[in-house]
Write a protein that binds this ligand. Structure first.
Ligand code: NDP
Ligand SMILES: O=C1O[C@H](COP(=O)(O)O)[C@@H](O)[C@H](O)[C@H]1O
Length: 490
């Protein structure tokens, strides 16, 4: 039987400790790993932000956050209190060289300090360079230090390179962990197993058999309190440049020669570099941008983007659909449709692989093409649509049905949140599921012309009702090629 993973005690310092990500994701993820006995007794979690809070204030906020964001069944007050004793807080402006660095220095230079030190940057990316300069000047970057950088790295290729250069001045690449939490999702990792451990799929995995591929990440939430950040970013930077392109890499890459970090990342990089550059004409015909508007559903008022932002106008997209193409022999002629949006009809992230129709049919009606649905979330699983004989009709009648595996009940396990495994990988020093610098550059190189084209007004901002599947133009994007979005199970 596989032994549970053990870790040496570590210091986990979070810049941006009072923010949304820390409260909703990072502390709950660390708490779950505490329940799983992966957080040794001497480990310390040190929150840092500018707000003037005491340790007790911060623990109080952490307690409230845990009680809100962990599952009800796991809200064990005793365990929560034990976990909170590991938490400290320092009030510090990480960008200010003259800030109160002594408080963090005292903690990290004390007798209780642990050799492995993780600095997690859960702040705006423009601060990463300054924080690193200060950590370096204060000699807090030891040989066992790793930094975790949240996405998006920059807002363009140039700003990403600036950030990576500044962080890279102080740390070697293998100590820089650029996180993309979609790679922490079990079902995204499962794409490797599905493809490379099942020859039945890998042999069909090319333009010979596949007609088109859809990758959707739809959310029902709006921008909420993150409007300040989001309005300057938009869905293309927030979701496509990172999460959707990473998923696309996992679906489209050739088999890596091993599961070592560089072999895997080399293959992902090849996909990013093979993306067909978007010309102005392609941007016009192959991209859709939308923004949600107010709606009433079941007597409930769903606010529009502008209402949430409390603004009269904004040119920011909350929805994107793109037809991407990959210039390789494996994928030539196969469209990859990427779609993401806020305030859509359902919370769902999934990949749909539509296989080609058979050219010839034995049956009076042509069989429906097979479709493989990979459900990333929720209800992680896989289903394959199939044609069977319709048992209620004549022997020449077909009916569509599917083989479905729902992973959680199948394996009797709790599906961990994507941050849990990634945080512990950073502690372990395993960069396999983190983004290498050249991947960030390649992703921005493909995205940037779209951003520029949109800034020039090449594609109008369409509207879609909150709670819908996005603007009509997104359906037309596929309809032009005789394709449709598959929102439901086959
Ligand atoms: N929220 C999410 O769902 C996701 C967020 N991310 C990324 O994570 C990062 C953080 O996002 P989010 O938590 O939403 O942002 P928030 O705006 O909620 O939080 C920002 C945090 O940074 C702190 N901060 C700001 N300036 C400084 C400074 N100079 N020194 C120290 N701390 C500072 C703020 O606290 P104070 O004002 O007290 O200093 C606050 O704790 C961003 O890069 C975002 O793109 C990525 C994926 C998802
Ligand atoms: O990185 C981000 O991801 C979330 C969506 O993540 P998911 O795991 O819930 O699919 C998104 O809400 C946020 O805007 C974005 O920054």
């Amino acid at each position: 039987m596989e032994q549970p993973q053990t870790y040496s005690p570590f210091d986990f310092i979070i810049f941006g400790a009072t923010g949304d990500l820390t409260t909703r994701k990072l502390l709950p993820a660390l708490f779950y790993r505490y329940l799983d006995k992966q957080i040794p007794a001497e480990t310390r979690i040190i929150g840092a932000a500018r707000s003037p809070l005491t340790d007790e204030d911060f623990r109080g906020r952490a307690r409230d956050g845990l009680n809100q964001f962990i599952q009800e069944a796991d809200r064990n007050p005793e365990k929560i209190e034990e976990f909170l004793t590991k938490i400290h807080y320092v009030s510090l402006d990480g960008a200010d060289p003259n800030g109160k660095w002594s408080s963090i220095e005292d903690l990290l230079n004390s007798k209780q300090a642990n050799p492995v030190r993780i600095f997690y940057f859960a702040t705006a990316p423009r601060l990463y360079g300054d924080i690193c300069d200060n950590l370096s000047n204060k000699k807090l970057l030891t040989k066992d230090t790793r930094v975790v950088l949240e996405k998006p790295i920059g807002t363009s290729l140039e700003t990403a390179q600036e950030i990576n250069n500044r962080v890279g001045k102080h740390l070697p690449e293998n100590h820089i962990f650029r996180i993309d939490h979609y790679l922490g999702k079990e079902t995204v990792q499962n794409i490797l197993a599905l493809r490379f451990a099942n020859p039945v799929f890998e042999r069909l995995w090319s333009s010979d058999s596949i007609d088109f591929i859809e990758i959707t990440a739809a959310e029902t939430v709006g921008v909420g309190k993150r409007g300040g950040y989001y309005d300057g970013a938009g869905a293309l930077r927030d979701m496509v440049q990172n999460h959707l392109l990473q998923v696309l890499c996992m679906v489209a890459m050739d088999p890596p020669i091993s599961l070592s970090e560089d072999d895997l990342r080399n293959e992902k990089l090849k996909v990013l570099r093979s993306l067909k550059p978007m010309t102005e004409d392609m941007i016009k015909t192959d991209t859709v941008r939308g923004q949600y508007t107010t709606n009433e559903q079941n007597g409930e008022h769903i606010p529009g983007y502008l209402e949430e932002l409390n603004k009269d106008s904004s040119n920011t997209e909350t929805f994107v659909a793109i037809k991407a193409q990959i210039n390789t022999s494996r994928w030539s002629g196969v469209p990859f449709y990427l779609r993401t949006g806020k305030r859509m009809a359902e919370k769902t992230s999934e990949i749909v692989i539509q296989f080609k129709k058979s050219a010839w049919s034995l049956f009076p009606t042509a069989p429906e093409p097979n479709r493989l649905h990979i459900r990333i979330q929720p209800d992680e699983g896989v289903s394959l649509s199939m044609q069977v004989k319709d048992p209620s009709k004549s022997h020449t009648s077909l009916r569509s049905t599917f083989i479905d595996i729902d992973f959680s009940p199948a394996f009797h396990i709790r599906y961990p949140d994507s941050y849990e495994g990634l945080l512990m990988d950073a502690v372990k020093g395993d960069p396999l599921l983190f983004i290498r610098r050249d991947e960030v550059d390649a992703a921005w190189k493909w995205i940037e012309p779209i951003l520029d084209g949109w800034a020039r007004g090449v594609v109008p901002l369409s509207q879609y009702k909150a709670g819908s599947w996005g603007p009509q133009e997104a359906n037309e994007l596929l309809a032009k090629e005789g394709h449709i979005w598959h929102e439901d199970m086959p």
